[in-house]
Ligand binder design. Sequence first.
Ligand SMILES: [Zn+2]
Ligand SMILES: [Zn+2]
Length: 351
Amino acid sequence: MSLHQRYGKAGDPKTFLINMKYSKNKVLGETTLKILKEKITLDKQVLILINKRGYAPITICSKCGKKETCNSCDINLVYHKSRKKLICHHCAQEQVINVKCSNCKADNKKISLGFGIEKVTEEISKEFKNISIISLSSDSIKKNNFSEVLHDIEKGKIKIIIGTQIISKGFNFLKLDSVFILDFDLWFYNTDIRTNEKIFQLTQQVSGRTSRDEETGEVYIQTYDTKNYLLKHIILNNRDAFYERELALRKKIALPPFSKLVAIILNSKNITFLRKISIDIKKMLEPIKGIIVLGPIPAPIEYIKNEYRYRILIKTNQAFLVQKVLRKYNFNTILSNKAKMKIDVDPLSFF
Ligand SMILES: [Zn+2]
Ligand SMILES: [Zn+2]
């Protein structure tokens, strides 16, 4: 439970929104580029944050609309240009890119949608020739030269740092002048119930990082959603208002800490069997007083590593009750070696 966690006083950082609605360049908005150029002219060091690894999160056939998805999981493959491969970020399976569409057989019709750190690095490198740039993601960080890279960043030798969220954790770059978040809107689209809190803390951390005693750090956020309440609180640096609203929201939908959530994840290679036992288990649990049983529904990633997954969610104020109940039943008979069951109390994400 980190809702009341406090960070050290972050000075008085300034946060600015960059409205992307009228921007022609969807990766690096014209306003963003202008500010970046001013910063570099003034010999400042900047950090560009981007959530997605790889070049583009979606590869699609422009003729028939077929997306490239993982054979083992039910999610889009991410195009990694540097390795000329499509990679599943969930199971790490790799595929070579076939120019022919597997569905409509058209040649050379595949296009990539969205952007990841590789594409941002490509665009930045085009705009800033002869400027020292480093691109850091879990793909590019090699342990042996990372300390060297960190040293160059700390000394201010590197002017533009492009990084995924790994760079926002635990590093302290004292020469840093400003932070640019390019894909802020996408940060919401995951299944983690603590996303809002994480985003708020992250912006506080990065703005805290840029502001030293005598100077004020700046954070620039590209967004299409300029009226977003979270952004409003971030701009005003209004921590109390943010947490108040977040607590009220959680209370309303009975999320932790106001109610316990217990997730039962069932997986099996046999989808028919899985559906049947999911319903059987729900029926077993439903008569129990003091709990609400939701589902079963296919888990957000329904198919992973060649197995189907279903999820039952239990809401209750008494987690011990659920544990007691789950211990009482012998699920092995139901599962009969054809399915597996996992219990997750207060799941952080619903994968
Ligand atoms: Zn096609
Ligand atoms: Zn996969």
